[in-house]
Design a protein around this ligand. Structure first.
Ligand code: COA
Length: 182
């Protein structure tokens, strides 16, 4: 952690992972279901985005917008009556962006078993100013060994996201330069 008073102008002090870690809990109701009678994936994705947004806002100390959501995985169906816990934390920070990792757990309404993991996702949020322009975020300081592993894995995903975007951009520019119009 860096002392705020020692920060150069324009810098923001670091923050530990635990400062913004958040759990959002919600009981699923009949209005959350799809045609199969289980909970609609979009309902879960909304909870994931809400929890991740709360974490990004807490960590960055202001507004933050969803830039991307990837690797949304649904492991098990969620049912009406289940108590869903959506746990989110900042895994990694860049200059103005944060990767937030989310784990979705379900407590089955009709079973006395521990909460079961039913999904997970990784979202990138960008902190923005009043004009919607990216602003600097505090660097996250991983505390536990698990936080450190998540930080390292997030760096791998960041590298892959940038490489994929660059490769697709290059391909499109090459095709355009060859006069291919699609
Ligand atoms: C996200 C947004 C602020 C990025 O603005 P921009 O002018 O492209 O700014 P930049 O290119 O400097 O990107 C800002 C940061 O976000 C990251 N970023 C931008 N788009 C991204 C994407 N698709 N995936 C992952 N990261 C992304 C950049 O890598 C950069 O990170 P860094 O500062 O840590 O290096 C802008 O695209 C936006 O406002 N999008 C709409 C957001 C929104 O409305 N979300 C709700 C969905 S309805």
């Amino acid at each position: 952690m860096t002392d705020q008073a020692q920060q150069p102008e324009g810098e923001v002090p670091d923050k530990p992972t635990s400062a913004s870690r958040t759990t959002l809990s919600h009981i699923m109701t009949g209005s959350d279901t799809n045609l199969l009678g289980t909970v609609h994936g979009g309902v879960i994705m909304k909870l994931v985005d809400d929890a991740a947004g709360a974490v990004a806002g807490r960590h960055s100390g202001g507004p933050a917008v969803t830039a991307s959501m990837d690797e949304m995985v649904f492991l098990e169906p969620v049912r009406v009556g289940d108590l869903v816990h959506v746990r989110a934390q900042v895994n990694w920070t860049g200059r103005s962006s944060m990767e937030v990792g989310v784990r979705v757990m379900a407590e089955r309404w009709n079973e006395s078993t521990p909460a079961q993991q039913v999904g997970s996702a990784y979202l990138v949020f960008a902190a923005v100013d009043e004009e919607g322009k990216p602003r600097r975020v505090p660097q996250v300081v991983p505390e536990t060994e698990r936080d450190k592993r998540r930080y390292q894995e997030a760096q791998i995903r960041r590298t892959h996201r940038l490489a994929r975007r660059r490769a697709i951009k290059d391909l499109r520019e090459k095709r355009a330069a060859e006069g291919i119009d699609d």
